[in-house]
Design a protein around this ligand. Structure first.
Ligand SMILES: Nc1nc2c(c(=O)[nH]1)N[C@H]1C(S)=C(S)[C@@H](COP(=O)(O)OP(=O)(O)OC[C@H]3O[C@@H](n4cnc5c(N)ncnc54)[C@H](O)[C@@H]3O)O[C@H]1N2
Ligand code: MOO
Length: 424
């Protein structure tokens, strides 16, 4: 079938998000040391490699006691008056006999025979080698039993979870030095437009490039590894060459999505034999955004797929972001963010809802994405649209907390609408 024989859908906004999410499968897994795994996705369930805690542990500084008090103090490794049993002591403490107490630190192994830990602030050493208390601890008090948090082999987290700082901490506690993670999607950005200046003040009909400095950090915040941001002007050959030879998983272009005289993107995709998956979305701003799948290496080179290969060869995707800066952001949240989540092996996002603080007018047919600020908290929490939110403006989004999804025809004050978090 000729690539243009089938007209790709011009979906409504939520459908476009789902199409982009379903366009790609997770990238291959890789093993990463903990200090390089942040921001990746778990490629396998995180199973505890040990019980946690891995031994009966004192939860407080005080005395391990056996039986009801008063108790006779026994000598710990440093003697009864010394520091007793410490966290990390290599030798197993000797069993504690009924009626005895030994000094112990938070995190230390409690001796066998311990009935409770008596906190130091509740303990009254009597000076004659004995210890008493006005508030005898219940059995088990301030002892964290082995396996309280998990047993070896328990699933702590399912695969597909984002590796956050807390996940790194849990992984380390559970015995991991490295994690099975999905490789980070590699993204290359091609900024199109002869009118764009990389520095200095706008002059003579030329303007500063607002997307080059913005799209890369935005993608990085969405979990991509940005390999390059290249300014190609309006050179159709340079664009063809860049797309045909890319080694990225996702190419993002800015500008050139419309049908202007130097909008080379669509003709270039046709020339490359790319499959257009989404060609325009019923959303404002950003309606000319597009998503395409580039032909795989074998097809580009005219080779058949390898014998017996059941899996579809991996294809590079291209997201065409419109040139107007807020329209480009609309393309990032609508097509690039779900595509990157799918490549990273994460679940499809479910947007939060928030109540509008005022009426927000809608487009007659399309969804609107509107920069909003949050106000108040709890049941009084409201979102309010910001000014300076025209398609060519960034002033509104630069001070926004989120983007609200306004349905066609608008929404009345108090209506709950989906909100898209900005990825930082
Ligand atoms: N006849 C029609 N014309 C246009 C339509 C339409 O439906 N029919 N849609 C408009 C909409 S909406 C948008 S959005 C733009 C999309 O155009 P392109 O993706 O082809 O982008 P350009 O034409 O290259 O640029 C549009 C606008 O944005 C400025 N721009 C581009 N890149 C940057 C950048 N990196 N930093 C700052 N500003 C940038 C560019 O100078 C133009 O002003 O098409 C409309 N036209
Ligand atoms: O995408 Mo355009 O207005 O919708 O800038």
């Amino acid at each position: 079938m000729r690539p243009d024989a089938w007209k790709p859908p011009r979906p409504e906004w939520a459908e476009a998000v789902t199409l982009a999410f379903r366009a790609a499968a997770p990238l291959p897994r890789t093993t990463l040391p903990l200090d390089r795994a942040l921001g990746h996705t778990l490629a396998a369930p995180l199973r505890a490699l040990t019980d946690l805690p891995s031994f009966d542990t004192s939860a407080m500084d005080g005395w391990a006691v056996s039986g009801p008090g008063p108790w006779e103090l026994v000598h710990g490794p440093e003697g009864a008056e010394g520091h007793g049993i410490l966290a990390g002591d290599m030798s197993q403490p000797p069993p504690l006999a009924d009626g005895k107490a030994v000094r112990i630190a938070t995190g230390a192994r409690v001796p066998a025979g311990t009935s409770a830990v008596l906190r130091s602030e509740y303990a009254e050493p009597t000076g004659n080698g004995r210890l008493r208390t006005a508030s005898p601890p219940q059995p088990g008090t301030d002892v964290r039993p082995r396996g309280q948090e998990c047993s070896k082999g328990d699933e702590l987290l399912p695969s597909g979870v984002l590796i956050t700082p807390a996940v790194l901490g849990l992984s380390s506690a559970a015995g991991y030095d490295a994690l099975d993670a999905v490789r980070r999607p590699r993204a290359e950005i091609l900024v199109l437009g002869d009118e764009l200046l990389p520095s200095g003040l706008p002059h003579d009909g030329r303007i500063r490039d607002a997307l080059g400095p913005m799209v890369g950090p935005w993608l990085a915040a969405l979990g991509a590894e940005v390999t390059a941001t290249r300014r190609l002007g309006d050179d159709a050959e340079a664009l063809h060459e860049a797309i045909a030879t890319t080694t990225a998983d996702v190419v993002l272009t800015t500008g050139g999505t419309a049908a202007g005289p130097v909008d080379h993107l669509r003709p270039t995709l046709r020339r490359l034999g790319a499959e257009l998956l989404v060609q325009g979305v019923r959303v404002r701003p950003g309606h000319p955004m597009l998503l395409a799948a580039l032909p795989d290496e074998a097809r580009k080179a005219g080779r058949p797929a390898p014998e017996g290969s059941e899996r579809q060869p991996r294809r590079t995707h291209l997201v065409g972001l419109p040139g107007n800066p807020l329209a480009a952001l609309s393309g990032l949240v609508t097509l690039a963010a779900p595509l990157l989540r799918a490549l990273a092996g994460r679940a499809e996002p479910v947007p939060q809802q928030a109540a509008l603080g005022e009426e927000v007018p809608g487009h007659p047919h399309d969804t609107r994405l509107v920069p909003v600020l949050r106000e108040g908290s709890g049941i009084r929490a409201r979102i309010r649209p910001l000014r300076f939110a025209g398609p060519a403006m960034l002033r509104g989004i630069a001070s926004a907390d989120a983007l609200a999804v306004i349905p066609p025809l608008g929404a009345a004050p108090g209506t709950d609408v989906p909100v898209l978090e900005l990825p930082w």
